[in-house]
Design a protein around this ligand. Structure first.
Ligand code: SF4
Length: 307
């Protein structure tokens, strides 16, 4: 099953094996910094910090302590794999430059860490941050929360940045030689299929973008989204159907590092519209792509904007 899907799309595991020549896993780490959008603006309407996969922020552990806790667990279940330090939760560049350099350096000083992944918002990307990340001389991926090219959707999500800021952030990182990944939400209420397609077409047209994470919109408890009435949320079948239509418009060399919102805990969900499990969803997507005979990039006719 896995192999079949990998023949249709460029998966993250294929990319990692190609880049590092071995199996590589991510170690989720936390700088401990809280997201300014959450603190100042009540956060994105879908955001519930209790659902972040990293468990370290609330525990106030040093990077060394986090690695000491996580690495043996990963090695026990995955064997002798290479590791990437993944600063995933909150906004991992929203801090004093010296503080951030020290956090990232501590992770990279561990002899099993091969590189860095840093997740952030467009409005917390600047030349100083990018120069610091570049200076480590290891593979660095910066993941930028883009979500959509449509400002009306960014406003609806209470992102408090616009698409122009996203474009600028991607350009700063791309020009500096960092690998850029973007996070997208497929199925933002009131976005039409064509709206989503415009977002995918933009991603394909931007040669700085090397990775994409695709998410279904999950309604978690204690979020603004959970309080909203009369909004249309995609069922998992609708999501998979739309996804199978969008994948052909995604450039072949862009790594799809996520296809579904991951690690959904049922106890945290306010609106239970996602029946089944991730392996079942992957299988449905595989069948849908097979049925349509669609591969990633098979419908692409675009002009690359900034090659
Ligand atoms: S930018 Fe990320 S961490 Fe911050 S409020 Fe939005 S989803 Fe939450």
């Amino acid at each position: 099953m896995k192999n079949n899907l990998e023949q249709r799309i460029y998966t993250y595991s294929t990319y990692l094996e190609k880049k590092f020549g071995r199996k590589v896993f991510r170690v989720g780490l936390s700088t401990g910094i809280k997201c300014p959008n959450r603190i100042q603006n009540r956060g994105c309407i879908f955001c519930n910090p209790e659902t972040f996969t990293g468990e370290y922020q609330s525990q106030n552990l040093s990077i060394e302590e986090q690695l000491k806790d996580a690495i043996p667990r990963i090695k026990k279940s995955c064997g002798d794999v290479g590791l990437l330090a993944y600063f995933q939760d909150e906004t991992s560049t929203a801090g004093d430059i010296g503080f951030l350099r020290s956090k990232f350096s501590q992770a990279l000083s561990h002899n099993e860490i091969l590189g860095l992944i840093v997740s952030t918002r467009p409005d917390f990307v600047n030349d100083e941050i990018v120069e610091m990340l570049q200076s480590f001389k290891v593979p660095v991926t910066i993941e930028i929360g883009m979500q959509s090219v449509h400002d009306k959707s960014l406003d609806f999500l209470n992102r408090n940045h616009n698409f122009l800021q996203t474009q600028k952030a991607i350009e700063i990182c791309g020009k500096a030689g960092l690998d850029v990944g973007v996070h997208l939400i497929i199925g933002i209420p009131d976005e039409s299929y064509n709206d989503m397609l415009q977002t995918i077409k933009y991603v394909s047209s931007n040669s700085f973008i090397k990775q994409v994470k695709l998410h279904n919109l999950v309604v978690y408890k204690n979020t603004k989204l959970a309080e909203m009435k009369d909004i249309h949320l995609l069922s998992i079948d609708e999501y998979i159907d739309i996804l199978s239509g969008l994948i052909p418009f995604l450039r072949k060399d862009i790594v799809i590092s996520r296809l579904f919102t991951s690690n959904i805990r049922k106890s945290q969900i306010a609106v239970a519209i996602y029946e089944g499990s991730k392996p079942e969803w992957l299988n449905k997507l595989r069948l849908k792509l097979n049925e349509k005979k669609y591969n990633q990039g098979c419908k692409i006719k675009i002009i690359i904007l900034n090659s």
